[in-house]
Design a protein around this ligand. Sequence first.
Ligand SMILES: Cc1cc2nc3c(=O)[nH]c(=O)nc-3n(C[C@H](O)[C@H](O)[C@H](O)COP(=O)(O)OP(=O)(O)OC[C@H]3O[C@@H](n4cnc5c(N)ncnc54)[C@H](O)[C@@H]3O)c2cc1C
Length: 729
Amino acid sequence: GLYGQSDDVVLLDTSTVHAHLLNSNSAWFVELYASWCGHCINFAPTWKALAQDIKDWRPAVYLAAMDCAEPENVQTCSGLGVTGFPTVQYYKAFAQSTREGRRILAPHGDVQDNVRILRHMIINYLEKNEDTWPSACPPLEPASATEVQEFFGNNIEQYLALIFEDNESYLGREVTMDMLQYENIVVRRVLGSNQELVRQYQVKSLPSLYVLSRNGSFSNILLSRNERSLYTSFLQTLPGVVQGLFTIIGPPNTDMNPEQLSDMWKHADKNKVYMADLESGLHYSLRVEVSKFSTLAGDKLTALRKYVTVLAKFFPARPYLKNLLQSLDNWLRSRANTQISYSDFRNMVDNNEQVPDAVLTSDVTWVGCQGSKSWLRGFPCSVWTLFHVLTVQAAYNDQYQLKETYPLEVLDALRGYVQHFFGCAECAVHFENMAKETMTLVSSMNEAILWLWSRHNQVNYRLAGAPSEDPQFPKRQWPSFDMCPTCRNMVRRRSTWIEGSILDFLKAHFCLQNIATDYLVPEVELLERQRRARRQRRKKRETSKERNTKEEKDTLENNRVEIPTHGLESHRPSNIQKPSIIWMSSRINDQYEDIVDLDSFVEQQYESKTLKDLTRRRKHKTGRRETLVFTMEEDQQLDLDYAVAQESLQKKGMDSRYLIGVLLEEVGKDGDTPARRRWFRLLGVGFSHLDISLCVILYFLSIMCLFGMYMYFSMKMRCRKGRAGFPKL
Ligand SMILES: Cc1cc2nc3c(=O)[nH]c(=O)nc-3n(C[C@H](O)[C@H](O)[C@H](O)COP(=O)(O)OP(=O)(O)OC[C@H]3O[C@@H](n4cnc5c(N)ncnc54)[C@H](O)[C@@H]3O)c2cc1C
């Protein structure tokens, strides 16, 4: 990623992001980035400088970052609503859901300005959420005269620092935040409009700093400049002021050392194109970039369809990949004008439909696109390379009239892909601006190749020297002289491109014969891996199905566990049965989803008639969550028994977090619960007295009915026989 141990930025990933951002007593500002994205690389110095600048604001405010380019973080980032990079989000303290994240527009100035703007934004956001104030955050509102006068009576601190300032000034609030980890001192801002305090301390100019001591003395502190850093360092060095002990969440060490990098370095020839780069980029674009959207419809779907069509037509893929692209293209065409879900699309990419001999690697191996740092080059480099390969292949197809195409087909598709799916949001805007300007003027396949080459060089020119530039692969006008000596012409000591030579060079460089297959996993092996993964998935599904069925069976038959009743006897009549636990559902899946409301749950339970009904209803409501229900009698206090139930569970070593309610249940005189008092059991099903009585009555009624029918028909038969015996007149 772009951040390391020395950066004061908390590094988040899928396993930690919810635990940190939700229900935290700190406010969180998170940058969601893709390590390959040039604008994220440019923004990283701002985020690092800000983290360093406000590191003393922890634990009230944390700065964090998550690399959404990491495959295991992709789904989490899309769950956080990230569609472009970098995205900065604010989570107020005690946020309950990721939906509460607020997007912040990242500033674009120089690092110093950005840091100042973001610092002010943080203060504004904190002040907006007064209802969820971070626990460690000091008050930021201006102090009143009464508060100041009563301060030493109500507090134990040695000093009260007052910063007199204008309403618009952030100095007082920033110094207050800077001092939050320091003990024995409180900092408050006072507005210049507070006449009473201004008069009392004879304030002559704004801003100014006054330090009041517990012994009643006060002094106006005159510093060389009215700067936050001078105020802060003066206050931190006052006698008796010490830094308190706070537990600060720190970043783990994820930096790769140079030996690790050199071990992994792959030899690459700059005169070649590598299929490993192209396939890795394809995997990333279809499985990661597109996955940011859970549903695909309208312009997005059209863009995706065009992109896949162009890939299926022109990508010089290995045979099994060709099959996969073909089937994906057919599938998308058959769904024109509808809406598709990403999971259905992904099913096709993963070939879960089992098209014979079709596979796309899920390995990421950068060879020609490898960078000297893990976050440099990689994916965007592969995107450019893929684009060039496609324009050249389309031209070959056209030249030999292999496939019907039109000059803008490839460029249109690439433009749509960049506009709708390319994660680097600002790159997409720049590319779209270039496309709008001149792309429509392209009128032949060769022009399409040259258009893309010259726009790529424009981007190279703009990015030369930018932080996203890999120092080992400086951005120069391409191809370099040594790669193509005939491509340039020197006119009055200025070199100009020779278009014919350039075109020949590009067609030779991006042709099939120049694509090296080094570092590729053989397709047969990829196919075998795919089969293995499919078998494992099927096995997993079957096991979980079996487990669920078994658990459901156990639940119905064996759902009561006796637990001790310490402390209950004193509150209960002696004839009442001990409380019991009903163990209802199966797996604990996500600790952060659905918190069941106890009151509504108890109401539901109270209304239900039979235990079986209850079991069915709770299973339905709680989904795959493991749930405990503590049964009790109608005359017991709910809150009392809830606590008792929790305590009893804890004593039994059970996890009482999942105790979600107390079940009000009718209890018989003998103390048995209805489930136990079944009078008669058959095939594991219990029948009560009432059930049996109803059965007997029904049985009796049906016998009576049959008897009645028998009497009626026998009478009728007798009548007929009698009539037949009369003599004819
Ligand atoms: C559409 C698009 C827009 C982008 N916009 C931005 C942006 O606005 N800001 C930003 O910071 N980053 C942007 N990027 C990323 C940036 O252009 C680079 O891809 C990234 O910095 C990696 O650079 P690189 O050194 O690997 O070479 P890249 O520029 O990615 O080039 C990849 C390879 O293509 C070859 N190549 C280089 N130039 C040419 C050329 N003119 N014609 C043909 N082949 C060439 C070289 O072999 C090179 O190694 C964009 C990427 C894409 C795909």
